[in-house]
Design a protein around this ligand. Structure first.
Ligand SMILES: [Zn+2]
Length: 344
């Protein structure tokens, strides 16, 4: 009799667990998870981050800068003036080629002339935003855009904050990015060694290494000039780009908005590790930020028992690329999605 009872209980338990397996959301995790989970400081668990600003959409930036960055699989943040003759001259490069290399187009206002009233400011900021969304292949108002108002321009009596908010622009000057940064405006005529001088410090302190460029000149001169802008010589810039490509082993290279979003999401994130059995875990990844605009993947690191040598990582039935080494599993996921299941 006892045996029959036990069998009945066992069978019903099996049924119950089968039922639950069909809908994993309802499964109750074990009270204790054998393992830990954390979010990496930088995407890809790189040691530091690097970003490069280019202001004014100069001729040399389009003709050389964008193409050299595309070639070396580097990402720059290009603050363009879509209403300027410079921009229009290289419209194809700005709106097509730059996007093929995933370059970040950013708002430097339509004409770099400032604005004397709110109507003009809406045009300077709003029109440029619309052109950028279009080049990105996105609907208007659906993604964040980095912004820089331009040196020497006047915005007196302008509701700048409201207009930037309306057009989802993030001002690179007044916004606190949320991590320490070593930033530098590259002096005209700099060679590659000068451009590179700050990266060891950034790497050592796990900071953001930022360089702000102006022109890129075809000919070397004293100083080299890019159609009226003091610049760096293209040959020096090529040497710089070649070296920076190698630095990607240690640095996460991304556009301003990607880095900004990553930091904001990470700082407001809540990550939990759930254990269902010795072979099945899940990660819950939430962030307080609005998922519509803050969708940069966070790098999650899960430490499970060291005898785990292979596993699957899945979200919503789709496999997520991952690495695993002695039970240490690393993958990227966008917060506020469904649970991520890890199975041995
Ligand atoms: Zn400028």
């Amino acid at each position: 009799m006892k045996n029959i009872l036990f069998t009945l209980i066992a069978v019903s338990l099996i049924f119950a667990s089968c039922k639950k397996d069909k809908n994993e959301q309802e499964e109750t995790p074990l009270p204790m998870a054998e393992g830990t989970v954390k979010i990496a400081k930088w995407q890809g668990n790189k040691r530091a981050a690097m970003m490069f600003y280019f202001d004014d959409s100069t001729i040399g930036q389009a003709k050389y800068g964008v193409r050299i960055f595309n070639k070396h699989k580097l990402i720059g943040t290009w603050f363009v003036n879509p209403g300027s003759d410079y921009y229009k001259y290289n419209k194809e490069i700005w709106e097509k080629e730059s996007q093929e290399g995933h370059q970040e187009l950013a708002n430097h206002t339509m004409t770099h002339k400032g604005a004397a009233n709110n109507q003009k400011a809406e045009y300077e900021i709003g029109e440029a935003s619309k052109i950028i969304w279009k080049a990105r292949g996105e609907k208007e108002f659906t993604s964040l855009i980095a912004f820089n108002r331009g040196g020497g321009t006047s915005w007196d009596n302008i509701s700048l904050k409201e207009i930037l908010k309306k057009y989802k622009n993030i001002d690179r000057v007044t916004t606190k990015i949320g991590e320490r940064m070593i930033g530098w405006s590259v002096p005209k005529g700099s060679n590659a060694a000068t451009m590179l001088k700050n990266y060891p410090k950034a790497l050592q302190d796990s900071m953001i290494w930022m360089l702000s460029f102006h022109g890129i000149a075809e000919k070397n001169g004293n100083p080299p000039m890019d159609h009226g802008n003091g610049a760096v010589w293209v040959e020096h810039f090529k040497t710089f780009a070649k070296k920076v490509e190698k630095l990607k082993a240690d640095f996460w290279n991304a556009g301003y908005i990607q880095i900004y979003k990553y930091i904001q999401e990470r700082k407001t994130a809540n990550v939990n590790l759930l254990q269902y059995s010795n072979n099945k875990y899940a990660v819950e990844l939430k962030s307080e930020k609005d998922a519509k605009y803050y969708n940069e993947p966070l790098t999650v690191i899960v430490q499970l028992p060291k005898d785990w040598t292979s596993c699957s990582v899945e979200q919503k039935g789709a496999k997520l690329p991952h690495t695993i080494k002695q039970g240490r599993i690393q993958f990227d996921a966008i917060p506020n999605g469904e649970k991520i299941y890890i199975r041995r």
